[in-house]
Write a protein that binds this ligand. Structure first.
Ligand SMILES: [Zn+2]
Length: 333
């Protein structure tokens, strides 16, 4: 491409060279790969709006990563999830009309703006923001956004559940959870597998089937399926907080528990309300669940209870203690 070279003072043939440049962004030096247009006759670097802008955007992106700022694409996603135009989003936030447009095109965002955007990524926070702030939106725009938030309600619900559930569990993988942070989706898929596979499945039996599945999968793969921790209780090892988890499963209409009185004893039978588990579990996970199911197919609650009580992990822990996945190596199936 021919361009005017100031040094040669004429139109010259140019080419693009790869080089490294250092930009200074808010007083911080950022090294960045750059493409620059150079004069083939004198070697001088020539101004090229497109190339130079791309380099600046790259430098900004490095700065963003370093300071955990949202990428331009993420800002666009946040806006689009609410069905807002760039101008509409700016109005909502009481920012200058062009602000969002500039950010989405690579301009570096203000840090306070960045924090607000991260906060508003969560639809529940957006609802809160909308009801507590006077925004530049007109009535029609506001109504449209509220409608959008209604549509996002199931997602808000799910986020709430996730937050609620994760508040109960270890935040980090360790030997206690089979090197996996509790995964509620896997947990309910495993519950659904057994509830759909076993006729008349009782809760006491299910709790032990879950324990065997996680332990065996851990023994063979070095990681558990659900990330549940198992607690030593008088009637065997059970997933920690299983009562809370079953409450959520019922509320989400994934299963329900049918209570029957049999010979003066309460029997809690697990009834599946859907069978949507196959897409959630891997083939390896399903194969372990099937083996566990087969092994205990004809075991009543009492027999599986007696069987589970002889496991070393159970015998060597006391009531209320977590049974480490360390003991998985002793389990044979
Ligand atoms: Zn030149």
């Amino acid at each position: 491409m021919e361009k005017y070279c100031d040094s040669c003072q004429k139109m010259v043939v140019t080419r693009i060279l790869n080089t490294n440049e250092t930009y200074e962004i808010f007083g911080e030096k950022i090294d960045v790969d750059a493409k620059v247009r150079t004069c083939l006759e004198c070697g001088e670097q020539l101004y090229d709006e497109e190339l130079d802008n791309a380099t600046l955007v790259n430098a900004y992106n490095i700065y963003r990563q370093r300071h955990k700022l949202l990428m331009a694409e993420e800002i666009r996603q946040i806006r689009e999830q609410y069905g807002l135009s760039q101008r509409g989003f700016s109005k909502l936030l009481n920012w200058g009309d062009k602000t969002i447009h500039r950010y989405e095109n690579g301009s570096l965002q203000d840090k306070a703006h960045n924090s607000l955007l991260i906060f508003l990524r969560d639809p529940q926070n957006m609802r809160e923001y909308l009801s507590n702030n006077e925004t530049g939106l007109d009535a029609v725009q506001k109504e449209k956004l509220e409608k959008k938030l209604d549509d996002l309600e199931p997602e808000i619900e799910r986020n709430n559940n996730d937050r609620f559930i994760s508040s109960y569990f270890l935040k980090k993988p360790s030997i206690q959870n089979g090197y996996k942070v509790f995964d509620f989706e896997k947990f309910y898929a495993a519950v659904l597998f057994f509830a759909n596979t076993c006729d008349g499945l009782l809760k006491v039996k299910l709790l032990k089937l879950l324990n065997y599945s996680d332990m065996i999968f851990y023994k063979e793969n070095g990681v558990s399926i659900t990330g549940a921790q198992y607690v030593h209780l008088p009637y065997g090892p059970v997933p920690q907080h299983y009562d809370v988890l079953f409450g959520i499963l019922e509320a989400l209409k994934i299963i329900h528990v049918d209570i029957k009185i049999d010979n003066g004893y309460e029997k809690h039978q697990i009834i599946p309300d859907c069978n949507d588990y196959e897409s959630i579990l891997s083939a390896d996970e399903i194969s372990v669940l099937q083996r566990v199911y087969k092994k205990f197919e004809n075991f009543g609650s009492k027999e599986i209870y007696q069987y589970a009580h002889k496991e070393i992990g159970y015998m060597e822990t006391r009531q209320g203690e977590i049974i480490s996945y360390e003991y998985a190596k002793n389990i044979e199936l």
